[in-house]
Design a protein around this ligand. Structure first.
Ligand SMILES: *Cc1c(COP(=O)(O)O)cnc(C)c1O
Length: 435
């Protein structure tokens, strides 16, 4: 089967395991899976959108940083092993995945902290240029940490956070009082993807700046920050970038803004000359001023290994090829759930967009009664997705390592859990701290 000409719609209305096996054999990206340390072969991991899997290279690289660069090199390694340049070096690699230029993006801190920096900078720009603009527009269903950061900054700056329920109403919510449009490109709960270029253009036409959170985009879908003419962006290192639990995040600022304003976390690593140890803050030129404190070297080494796994797809077509595979995975999973699972559960519905152009790399189902216990029953069977309150069953399809047979197996386990009523076992309703 030639993957470029295979019309997966010809598989409709139902996928058979032999079809899935044939798609895996024909998949030019299949060898990329070998880069990862994956547990026992029966496991179907559909949670790379929450915690990416561990690259095989990471353990040896981190051990080398610990034993060689730290153990032997000690403090000399800040220079000799390039530790001091890690935020920029890893940042330049991430930049290639999101349509940013070299020297424009750094890896640092967490997504929440980076969002604080860029949103504060965006508000400061507007305060200087257009002080009447005092409203941050976002979505009610944005990721909560983004909203919490925005609430805190709005309070501090005497601004207001306006939340829109329906994504279709976002453009019309922008007006003469809008300072910033702050959005997450791919929604964490339903996988809906915004048109970054169109919304950025609408924001600019209304005189507003844009802040994009790429947590569910970087490494998952093609992003073109320059093509969209975005102003600011942040993103996550431990999801599709496979950087490891709590990996450093990243921050990008369009060069037209980078030198103009300071961000409020004015730490010494963002100083123009940190090792002059002067008492006064002087921001570094460009994106370096978005650094704050000392980089987490061990975590940064692991993040670099993770980013390298995504970059390794470049000779095979890069993000465009990964996107093509991701769309096939999600389309087939939705089709299979419709054909084999939904007839067994009258309230189960698919909440991710059908339209390829509007869907990220995940398929989310919703059912208020079934969501939590069904996800637990699936995890017990080795099909790892996650539950998002109050009613979402979330399945991420990372094209780097997810197979077409994983799609079939996951849907088949879901079908069995529903058909057998296994989800009713009391153990599957016990709530854990982390869902
Ligand atoms: C995962 C995620 C975050 C995570 O932020 P942390 O600071 O790393 O905890 C932030 N925003 C969005 C949209 C996310 O999906």
């Amino acid at each position: 089967m030639d993957p470029d000409t295979t019309d997966i719609d010809s598989i409709a209305p139902q996928l058979f395991r032999e079809d899935a096996e044939a798609l895996d054999i024909a998949d030019p990206l299949a060898p990329l899976r070998d880069q990862f340390e994956l547990p026992e072969s029966g496991l179907v991991y559909l949670d790379g959108n929450s915690l990416g899997v561990c690259p095989k290279a990471t353990a040896a690289r981190v051990a080398d940083v610990v034993q060689g660069e730290w153990g032997q090199g000690l403090i000399r390694s800040w220079n000799n092993a390039g530790w001091i340049d890690l935020p920029q070096r890893v940042g330049d690699k991430i930049a290639r995945l999101v349509g940013a230029g070299p020297g424009e993006l750094v890896a640092a801190d967490s997504t929440s902290v980076n969002l604080f920096k860029v949103l504060a900078a965006a508000l400061a720009i507007q305060k200087a240029l257009a002080p009447a603009r005092r409203v941050i527009v976002s979505e009610t269903h944005n990721f909560p940490t983004d909203l919490y950061i925005a609430q805190a900054l709005a309070r501090e700056h005497g601004c207001e956070l306006q939340l829109v329920d329906d994504a279709a109403a976002l453009a019309s919510a922008l007006g003469a009082d809008t300072a910033v449009l702050m959005l997450t490109h791919v929604n964490y709960r339903n996988g809906a993807m915004h048109d970054m270029a169109a919304l950025t253009a609408a924001a600019h036409a209304a005189g507003a700046l844009t802040v994009w959170d790429l947590a569910h985009s970087a490494g998952a879908v093609p992003v073109d920050l320059h093509g969209a003419d975005a102003d600011f962006a942040v993103g996550c290192g431990y999801k599709y970038l496979n950087g490891g639990p709590g990996a450093p995040a990243f921050v990008w600022v369009h060069p037209r803004h980078a030198d103009g304003f300071e961000q409020p976390l004015a730490g010494w690593m963002g100083h123009a000359a940190p090792f002059e140890f002067t008492p006064g803050y002087r921001p570094a030129p460009g994106i370096a001023r978005y650094l704050c404190g000392t980089p987490a070297v061990l975590a940064m080494a692991a993040l670099e290994c993770g980013v390298d796994t995504v970059l390794s797809a470049e000779p095979l077509g890069g993000m465009a090829a990964l996107r093509e595979k991701s769309l096939r995975l999600t389309r087939l999973f939705a089709m299979q759930v419709r054909a084999t699972c939904m007839p067994l559960a009258p309230n189960l519905r698919i909440v991710s967009p059908d339209d390829d152009a509007r869907r990220g790399s995940q398929v989310c189902l919703a059912d208020p009664e079934l969501a939590y216990p069904v996800v637990q029953a699936l995890i017990a069977r080795g099909v790892i997705g996650d539950f998002r309150a109050p009613d979402i069953l979330r399945f991420g399809f990372t094209p780097l390592y997810t197979r077409f047979t994983d799609v079939w197996d996951a849907a088949e386990h879901l079908r069995q859990v529903l058909e057998s009523g296994q989800w009713r076992e009391p153990r599957f309703s016990q709530r854990q701290v982390v869902t």
